[in-house]
Write a new protein. Structure first.
Length: 107
């Protein structure tokens, strides 16, 4: 490929990434949205993160099978409770890292 083709590919990928975010933002910026929709949109990041993390926390192996007492899950539960109680991102990250380090030393 030539340099120009790389530039065109990067620009195309940028547009494909940026436009789906930009269009709804511009279209809905000055509108009053219903409260139920705003609350639903606020929960979208949590739902996506949960969908990504849960399979990693409760499954293992190839093919995947459920294993409920994995160190990752045992660490995630108190870390989640700490996060819900304190709402501290840095504290949650530090606690999760320390618990995971401790769990990996024990198991």
């Amino acid at each position: 490929m030539f340099e120009n083709e790389y530039i065109i590919i990067v620009l195309g990928m940028s547009l494909v990434t940026y436009l789906p975010r930009c269009i709804p933002l511009l279209a809905l910026a000055r509108r009053n949205l219903p409260n139920w929709l705003v609350e639903g949109l606020d929960l979208t990041p949590v739902a996506i993160l949960s969908a990504l993390l849960l399979p990693l926390l409760v499954t293992t192996g190839e093919p995947r099978h459920i294993e409920l007492f994995r160190p990752e899950l045992l660490v995630a539960i108190p870390t989640l409770l700490f996060a819900l109680k304190t709402k501290s991102l840095s504290g949650t990250v530090i606690l999760g890292m320390l618990l995971f380090w401790g769990a990996s030393k024990v198991m």
